[in-house]
Design a protein around this ligand. Structure first.
Ligand SMILES: [Zn+2]
Length: 340
């Protein structure tokens, strides 16, 4: 059973209150334990195609102390996008995202996040690349950016360094604490569907967001309403057609990370979602990067030997990643679109 959640203003006050923090953490498992499902879907979440078929089921223990739940994945016959069906109920998903959109089960410090990025530069690189490309493609003259699902703050930071004024929204309390330390600003703790702003933005950033949303089309429509003419919507999602999913099937826990990820987009599906909602897609690319320290960590190496192996893996993956992206089986899809 999920306790009623307090109002947004009250939440923000509570996040700064240690006593409530401890109480909430104690209740976390009770919150996410409520495995309730939403209505069954009759059409594709990406292209609206009516021919959808059961693909595979996946049993996955999504946090350490949870029971395994079975999730059923359907796939669209037209654009091949996948999605959970029935999807988790909104209450269940929101209870997870209140704390983290990245499966954090406890608070994390900025130092830990930066140490992780130093070992394997990932979020920061993606943020710099996407912010830079969005800025180059933004022809609105509007230097205000909306960072939806702002996470630890790397995208907001990258946009600010390019001279943008930013508004950042993110429901996850653990990420928002780090966000505040990294950027010196506050992320608004709401989901996109609850965000209201009368202003216009030259860049709307949605990195690793659409795969989490029960109604991705509503989010795209909302982004459209918030964009200035000539402004850029930048999206990044995991690729359902990736080599990892082809090889591992439902054992893939990156794209097919249930139930946090409810949608699994393909290139065709993401294009259709944008184009059917009044956008013109101007650039799509694939990104593949695997943590090059994973092998050395698995082997328990440290110091110079770890460094040598990490360097080897880092350079060996360049041609492999290039080929994967070229053949459309890269790990992530990045897409940039303007309102048509
Ligand atoms: Zn479809």
């Amino acid at each position: 059973m999920i306790p009623a959640w307090p109002s947004k203003g009250r939440q923000a006050a509570m996040f700064r209150d240690d006593f409530f923090m401890q109480e909430l953490e104690g209740n976390l498992m009770a919150f996410v334990a409520a495995a309730i499902y939403g209505e069954a879907l009759q059409e594709c979440v990406a292209c609206g195609g009516k021919t959808i078929r059961f693909w595979r089921s996946k049993r996955f223990q999504y946090t350490e102390s949870q029971n395994q739940e079975e999730f059923r994945i359907y796939r669209c016959a037209r654009c091949h996008t996948g999605f959970l069906n029935r999807p988790p109920h909104r209450q269940w998903l929101n209870s997870i995202y209140r704390y983290s959109g990245q499966a954090l089960t406890r608070p994390i410090s900025l130092d830990e996040v930066l140490a992780r990025e130093a070992r394997f530069p990932n979020c920061k690189l993606d943020a710099q690349r996407m912010a830079h490309q969005s800025d180059q493609l933004n022809e609105s003259g509007n230097k205000k950016a909306l960072d939806i699902g702002s996470g630890f703050g790397f995208y907001t930071q990258a946009l600010r360094r390019l001279g943008y004024r930013t508004v950042s929204i993110n429901p996850g309390q653990y990420e928002n604490e780090v966000f505040k330390k990294l950027t010196g600003m506050e992320a608004i703790p709401v989901m996109i569907e609850d965000f209201e702003d009368a202003g216009q933005f030259g860049v709307v950033m949605m990195s690793q967001v659409l795969e989490h949303l029960l109604e991705p089309e509503q989010a795209i429509k909302k982004a459209s309403g918030l964009l200035a003419p000539g402004g850029i919507l930048a999206c990044a999602v995991p690729n359902f057609a990736s080599l990892a999913v082809k090889l591992l099937g439902t054992k893939d826990n990156a794209c097919l990370w249930v139930p946090e990820h409810v949608n699994y987009f393909t290139h065709e599906g993401l294009m259709a979602l944008l184009e059917q909602n009044g956008f013109k897609v101007i650039r799509v690319e694939q990104i593949t990067r695997v943590p090059y320290d994973s092998l050395s960590r698995r082997l328990g190496l440290e110091g110079k030997s770890a460094y040598a192996l990490n360097s080897l893996v880092k350079f060996m993956q360049i041609p492999i990643a290039w080929m994967m992206n070229y053949f459309g089986v890269g790990l992530y899809i990045n897409l940039y679109a303007v309102k048509s």
